[in-house]
Design a protein. Structure first.
Ligand code: BMA
Length: 339
């Protein structure tokens, strides 16, 4: 029984492996990583930065699949254990709100969140440049694309798994249309997932070097008795390019523009061959986390080197304790962030 409570469902079949002897930091890797290797299905060279959710006792994945023409699109997959996957051979067949076929020009970095029995996919799409795409499904058969929710340029849209004070709530990272050498996390509200407003600044790129260039939301926020536990990515710039690490913070449960605690150290950084070597070296990029409220276990899915999918594990107690013990939240982080 964990000290910190995950406010959510139990997931007895959560993928899990105990912390190895001598493990460093609050998060440890799955020993069989990467769980998705190159050329996972015909016409797809790499799957990475992907989202997974429990569904009817098993698991559904929405994958960033880089096709052999280099263009990323979203594919769906199924798994009984959350580790071994079979894939639909074709891209997700979206329809628009009028029911007509709709295929984004490209689609990447999906997140997948259930709110009130509907599953929402949020990804980075082309809307005169990089912007947030959004779609909903109830059965993973019909996917209705929601008309452009946000202006360009924006990435890393992550919905909270429930309404807060009556509104849907979304984290995002306004950006440019290129490789964005800047970026903070903001929060926005909507009564209907169509009209968004009440934008607030959540937190800035940090003064710590590992997250000094830009930050962006990762998995859906995890509701806990300490607040919303958020796993995000932080980026540093080096003479050899960007390095993406994983970080964690805790947001106020009723007002998530307020950061309660924010770890000033990364929770995972590229160290293994599949994180350091690949299409883009030195990237760990979290997009999903499964949780089990009964045990406090957390299983994180992350893209590795823009080439593979890896898994890592932690518990809510260990992660919350780490974030609190290494708290580096600034006064600005702790503020509501209106100006
Ligand atoms: C970001 C996104 C991610 C990618 C990362 C590293 O801007 O495009 O999809 O993993 O760069 O290349």
């Amino acid at each position: 029984m964990s000290k910190v409570k995950i406010i959510g469902s139990s997931l007895p079949n959560i993928p899990w492996q105990e912390r190895p002897e001598g493990g460093v930091g609050p998060v440890w890797r799955y020993s069989e990583n990467p769980i998705i290797k190159r050329n996972p299905l015909p016409g797809v060279a790499r799957i990475f930065n992907s989202a997974v959710i429990p569904y009817k006792g098993e698991f559904i994945g929405v994958f960033r699949a880089e096709q052999t023409n280099g263009v990323p699109h979203l594919y769906m997959g199924y798994s009984k254990d959350g580790v071994n996957w079979t894939y639909e051979p074709e891209k997700i067949p979206f329809v628009n709100e009028a029911g007509e076929p709709f295929m984004p020009r490209y689609a990447y970095d999906p997140r997948l969140i259930e709110i009130e029995g509907t599953y929402y996919i949020i990804w980075c799409t082309d809307f005169y440049g990089a912007a947030l795409g959004m779609a909903k499904t109830k059965d993973f058969k019909k996917f209705v694309r929601i008309d452009n929710p946000f202006l360009p340029f924006n990435r890393n849209g992550v919905l909270f798994p429930r309404r807060i004070n009556g509104n849907f709530v979304l984290l995002s990272r306004p950006s440019d249309s290129g490789h964005t050498p800047f970026g903070d996390i903001f929060v926005s509200e909507s009564p209907d997932l169509t009209y968004w407003g009440k934008h607030r600044h959540v937190m800035a790129r940090g003064s710590e070097w590992w997250q000094s260039l830009k930050i962006g939301g990762g998995s859906a926020p995890i509701e806990t008795s300490e607040g919303w536990l958020v796993i995000y990515h932080g980026v540093t710039g080096t003479c050899n390019g960007y390095v993406y690490s994983m970080g964690a913070c805790i947001l106020d449960i009723d007002n998530p523009s307020i950061v309660k605690y924010r770890a000033n150290r990364f929770i995972l950084t590229p160290e293994e061959w599949y994180e350091e070597r690949g299409f883009v070296a030195n990237v760990v990029f979290p997009c999903a986390a499964l949780t089990d409220a009964d045990t406090g276990r957390i299983a994180i899915y992350y893209g590795a080197a823009d080439s593979y999918v890896g898994m890592a594990f932690t518990t809510v107690d260990e992660l919350v304790e780490f974030v609190k013990a290494n708290d580096g939240a600034t006064d600005d982080d702790r503020s509501i962030g209106i100006i």
